[in-house]
Design a protein around this ligand. Sequence first.
Ligand code: FAD
Length: 565
Amino acid sequence: MNLKNNNFNENVVNVDVLVIGGGSAGTMAALAARRQGLDVALVDKAGIDRSGCGAAGNDHFLAVLDTGPDWDTNEAFMTWYHRLTQGLVDMNIPPKVYLSRIKNLLKYLEELGVPMREDTENDAYIRTGSFGQPGEYFINFDGRNLKPTISKEAKKIGVKFFRRINIVDLLVNETGVIGAVGFDIRKGDFYVFLAKATIVATGNVTRFYNNQASMPYNSWHSPYNNGGAQAMAFRAGAEIKNMEFVNYTLTPVNFSASALNAIVGMGGYIVNGLGERFLFKYHEKGEKGPRWIMPWGVYWELKEGRGPCYFDLRHLSEEDLNHLINNLLPVDKNTFLDYCEQKGVDVRNDLMEVQISEGQLPAFLGSVSGINITPECETTIPGLFAGGACTVAVGSLSGSMCVGDTAGEEAAKYVLSGGGGRLEISPETVQGMKQSIFKHLANMDGLKPCELEEKLRQVMTLYVGIGRSKMGLEAAQAELNKLGNLLITAKTENLHELMRLFEFRDLLEVSKAVVRGALEREESRFGISHYRGDFPESRKEWHCSLHQKLEKGQIILKRVEPYNL
Ligand SMILES: Cc1cc2nc3c(=O)[nH]c(=O)nc-3n(C[C@H](O)[C@H](O)[C@H](O)COP(=O)(O)OP(=O)(O)OC[C@H]3O[C@@H](n4cnc5c(N)ncnc54)[C@H](O)[C@@H]3O)c2cc1C
């Protein structure tokens, strides 16, 4: 195949519902829409059966079950979630997309054979609480095979799978979003998907900050989620919000396992170099406080010379240690115990050094950033729905799955009630999109995607990382604009690099939105998520969401008051 002659096959696929991103949320969305009898395409740049963040590592399933105690109720959950998100998430969303669905989702997964009951003697759930929860919302479970299980179901009921298609952009005409275009990352075939409703579900954003090991693919969440949905939706005119709040966590040093939920959920401590449990200085609940408190506390301990910091599990009971070591850590990361062995750390007797992870957006439950959606998972453009970690809705695994389910169901309703724009787009527009993708294979000069991406990470880590200032953010803006110019002439030598190039383009788009939001928001909030050294306190006038959208090439900003319970 001559990659330089742009002579790739063209495929046009017509469906009722197009789902972009076949992860936990996208697969649920496809299942829900297909159950309504619609023709559904599920498209992913990976293999779908084991793609995205749900592919491995999930060991905590957030669920409100109404088992009796006050904390196990919808009301208690809402109070906690409202406090956690500081009112920056629309409180009409969780009841509709999460609370009304979670018990059914749990039942469904158990029927499919996902092992949820780790207390095998009593055939019961083991539940733990963390991150400021009023009780024990996290069912400990073995999620290693969850993703292939739901993919198999989607296939079985007739969802059409399109694997290894990198979606590059949405198709938009005067009636709204009518599909998307992309290319096969192995063969190069060009794909045009036309759909009455389109759902974006490409997960979170990784690979735009350096981690301490300087290995971009050694990221805590899937390194192949690069803000595709957020960037595509934004380019098409949809609103995104609160992009300035980048999330961090703690990981074992030079290792990308999250583990934090398992460790603090089981009662583990975090201590500084003086052996002190220091987190109570930063939050009354210490290790049981919100997740962002932990990197925030570690940041200050290190800065003020009380590092390094460690996980300390030595006080846990034998029973709790066994559960952690046998059921949680190796599920969280298959190689967790190998890491311990190679580091010479025996968690029963030794401290385990921790570090602050790379920034991601979003990274955990309680994030307030992403595509702005209604409780029906509609974006601000007709025909475009969104689900999962790319949206501002209840996050995490079970949250993303419930939101995906809602998006699929609502998109189907939209189609069945006659919604959907005119599925017409001029051949010139489509050819123009095709040319703009494949031209990079013919470019002889210019930088390669990996070089551009490396520069992006440097800029974001240096100026938009932990501790921000007006001058630094303006410097970042200038540097990101230069990278935008270099993108036009970037060269790629094969289809894999072509995919990397479009990942870079989305990362750049998201990075610009992060910088713009961070510049505007003259305050600090959520710890190191957005810490402005020149405005180090949270300010009343900034207790609001910041929305961004693109209109005629200009970014329009809007402040939205916090939501009440
Ligand atoms: C190791 C690990 C452990 C975790 N543990 C837990 C846990 O215990 N409990 C919990 O609640 N949460 C946990 N999470 C988070 C949870 O898995 C995610 O919140 C959830 O899976 C998000 O679902 P999603 O569908 O939005 O994104 P994903 O499942 O990540 O799916 C996104 C999909 O989009 C595809 N994609 C991306 N860009 C494109 C593009 N341009 N074109 C086509 N396809 C594209 C990707 O290939 C991927 O398949 C964990 C995550 C990881 C990585």
